[in-house]
Design a protein around this ligand. Structure first.
Ligand code: P6P
Length: 355
């Protein structure tokens, strides 16, 4: 019989890492086991569970009837809805029903707020999410992602307009994304750094992979859809011309925000989606795309701007508000800003050979 007082567990690197699950990490971050901490930990665990269900469907999408292709419907954004969009959206709905955690859902795929009366008013949280971001990649087996933000409900929302959600992004209490790529990675922050977990299919658990991720101050990647070049305002065109004329930059664009942002988070650089003639206010949505990623970017020492103000300071007037987005390394975002603000900064002279 081992005396509990003398037993020393052999928690070496491998066991220590494998046993650091997402829910445990949240409690460790909060340094609390109180009710709020338990709720947030359980909420993050439900998000992870939704991610596992979506990942499982994606890995078999090519084999499962009715998983790929379009539904024939358009969403609130006027975009064609993919079957995977609907599946993923419904996964998040079902995972949070009867959870006692979340009273309201705001989704790219649902025009109105989705209320869960069985969870209200106990569950004082609202989940805002894009269930499958970059769904155009699904049918060609390229990376897609889910993006999420968590906010506390302020007041009782008796008129069911969700007006308490129309505040700046610094009111988010948690944000993150799930990247469905060669491996499934969940990245999150509750305001205490940015941390990445990798899904171990043999365990069915997200296992801690990287803690306190920091975006490099500068990186060589610039990520933008240059097909929109002639739809941009002049400062963005001047910026891209500058990129073309200077060595040391690489264009990287997958058409899926989560994968493009993850590259920037890990390697540095800048992602931008400026306003265009088609979408003058930008294409990306604030509450469940730009603001969650901006939360992560700032937590990781990076920067995120609309071109006029910090994304996290932008106060929307509607739930599905769009915004331009410039996000990534401090120096690379500032370089884009310099073109927008026409501030004359000391830029290296354009080499005569490429002028
Ligand atoms: P475009 C996907 O539809 C998405 O919302 C983001 O994931 C992505 O960054 C962007 O739109 C791609 O838009 O106009 O370049 O195809």
């Amino acid at each position: 019989m081992t005396n509990a007082q003398t037993y020393q567990p052999t928690v070496d690197g491998a066991i220590g890492r494998d046993s650091m699950t997402l829910s445990q990490h949240v409690l460790q971050q909060l340094q609390s086991f109180g009710p709020d901490a338990q709720d947030l930990s359980a909420l993050m665990n439900r998000i992870a569970f939704a991610g596992k269900l979506v990942a499982r469907r994606l890995t078999r999408a090519g084999l499962v009837e009715d998983a790929l292709g379009f539904t024939g419907r358009t969403n609130v954004q006027g975009e064609s809805v993919k079957k995977m969009d609907v599946y993923a959206n419904d996964v998040f709905v079902s995972v949070f029903q009867q959870s006692g955690l979340v009273c309201r859902l705001v989704s790219e795929e649902m025009e109105d707020i989705y209320y869960m009366p069985e969870n209200c008013p106990i569950g004082r949280y609202t989940l805002l999410y894009d269930p499958i971001d970059g769904s155009s990649n699904v049918d060609i087996n390229l990376n897609v992602g889910s993006i999420f933000a968590v906010r506390r409900q302020i007041g009782d929302d008796l008129d069911q307009t969700g007006s308490d959600l129309l505040t700046h992004g610094r009111d988010q209490i948690a944000a993150g994304y799930i990247l469905y790529g060669p491996s499934t990675v969940l990245v999150y922050s509750i305001g205490k750094g940015v941390h990445a977990f990798t899904l171990d299919p043999s365990l069915g658990e997200f296992i801690l992979a990287s803690e306190n991720i920091q975006i490099p101050q500068h990186g060589s990647n610039y990520s933008v859809n240059e097909g929109n070049f002639w739809q941009w305002d002049d400062p963005y065109r001047d910026y891209i011309r500058y990129m073309h004329r200077h060595e040391g930059y690489s264009g990287r664009y997958s058409g899926a925000l989560v994968g493009d942002f993850h590259r920037i988070l890990m390697q540095g650089g800048v992602f931008l989606y400026p306003g265009t003639i088609k979408n003058p206010q930008g294409k990306l949505r604030l509450l469940y795309e730009s603001a969650p990623l901006a939360f992560l970017a700032e937590q990781a020492g990076g920067k995120a701007t609309t071109g006029e103000q910090a994304v996290l300071d932008f106060v929307p007037n509607e739930l599905h508000k769009r915004t331009p987005l410039i996000i990534g390394s401090q120096e690379d975002v500032q370089l884009v800003e310099s073109f927008i603000q026409e501030r004359k900064i000391e830029r290296p002279p354009v080499p005569s050979s490429v002028a």
